[in-house]
Unconditional design. Structure first.
Length: 309
């Protein structure tokens, strides 16, 4: 089943188009990375998917419901954590979660039980009776994530969930996001410009810039579409040079390959050339490389007279 769908989704503010004809389908389960720099249109898309904005044209749906026409049904099935999410500082962590659970329609007993469960899972149990105003940034991010999960949503929208976090806290949040998809089957729509973190947890990607979707798909299909390449790399004794189609880069002699199955043959060839191989490894495409390739292609298309839709 399709969890999230957009068809020609557009949002304009006067002459400015924040989102331009967005079309995509997100299947249930997994983590979909919606990636782009600040101002790319990610937050606008999340607001449209949750009925907080009405589209200028086009339409979208979440678990089959149109958020512009049935926002209450979308809100009952989805959770949202935004970069600017706020909790009540005068309430404790447990009180905050219990309150938001009850506003989502849970009974007082069920809300408290769910709050305790999430506080333990998100490593906040020891701080449950501490006022939220005393929480660190990382703790507040985890509390905001707990708030979004209180009513067990089928779809979770996360807008820059690791913004402002130190690397250790960011890694913890990302591990939690991955566990949600793998263990609970939650569909996660992750908006971020943190490409290095996204590659570790996402199963599908949408690359967006200035309101335009540049590419959509799983990582392998994207790097192939972008024209990226897997390279076999070998570190040799100084001043040695292999015969054949090798290129030297950063101290490695590299040659393009289709996969790891070519490595044994290449290694044998180098040994037969009486070369001293100190190290061998595969250089696989990285998400940052793929994203900037699509960005460059889009800029080149714009220079030639038309930015691609």
């Amino acid at each position: 089943m399709t969890a999230i769908e957009a068809k020609g989704l557009t949002k304009s503010y006067g002459k400015t188009q924040a989102l331009k004809g967005l079309t995509l389908q997100v299947p249930e389960g997994g983590v979909c990375g919606f990636l782009g720099p600040n101002g790319a249109g990610k937050t606008t898309a999340v607001k449209l998917f949750n009925g907080l904005l009405s589209p200028t044209s086009g339409e979208c749906s979440v678990l089959g419901y149109n958020p512009a026409k049935e926002p209450e049904k979308v809100h009952a099935l989805s959770g949202v954590m935004t970069e600017t999410a706020r909790m009540y500082g005068q309430l404790t962590g447990l009180e905050n979660l219990s309150f938001f659970g009850e506003t989502a329609g849970m009974s007082r007993e069920d809300a408290r039980q769910r709050a305790c469960e999430l506080l333990r899972w998100l490593d906040l149990w020891e701080a449950r009776d501490r006022k939220a105003s005393a929480y660190s940034t990382g703790m507040m991010q985890r509390l905001s994530l707990a708030r979004a999960l209180m009513h067990r949503p089928g779809v979770l929208f996360l807008d820059e969930p690791t913004s402002g976090l130190d690397p250790e806290s960011a890694q913890m949040v990302n591990n939690l996001i991955r566990d949600l998809a793998r263990q609970d089957g939650t569909t996660v729509f992750l908006c971020t410009h943190q490409l290095r973190y996204a590659q570790d947890i996402c199963t599908q990607y949408g690359l967006i810039d200035r309101g335009t979707l540049l590419a959509w798909g799983d990582f392998e299909s994207l790097w192939k579409e972008a024209g990226c390449q897997i390279w076999a790399g070998f570190r040799l004794k100084e001043h040695q040079r292999p015969a054949g189609n090798f290129q030297e880069k950063d101290g490695w002699w590299r040659v393009p390959v289709h996969g790891e199955e070519e490595m044994p043959g290449l290694l044998r060839t180098l040994i037969e050339q009486n070369l001293d191989v100190y190290e061998a490894r595969l250089f696989r495409p990285q998400l940052e490389e793929v994203y900037f390739r699509f960005l460059q292609q889009a800029e080149n298309g714009e220079e030639k007279g038309g930015r691609p839709a």
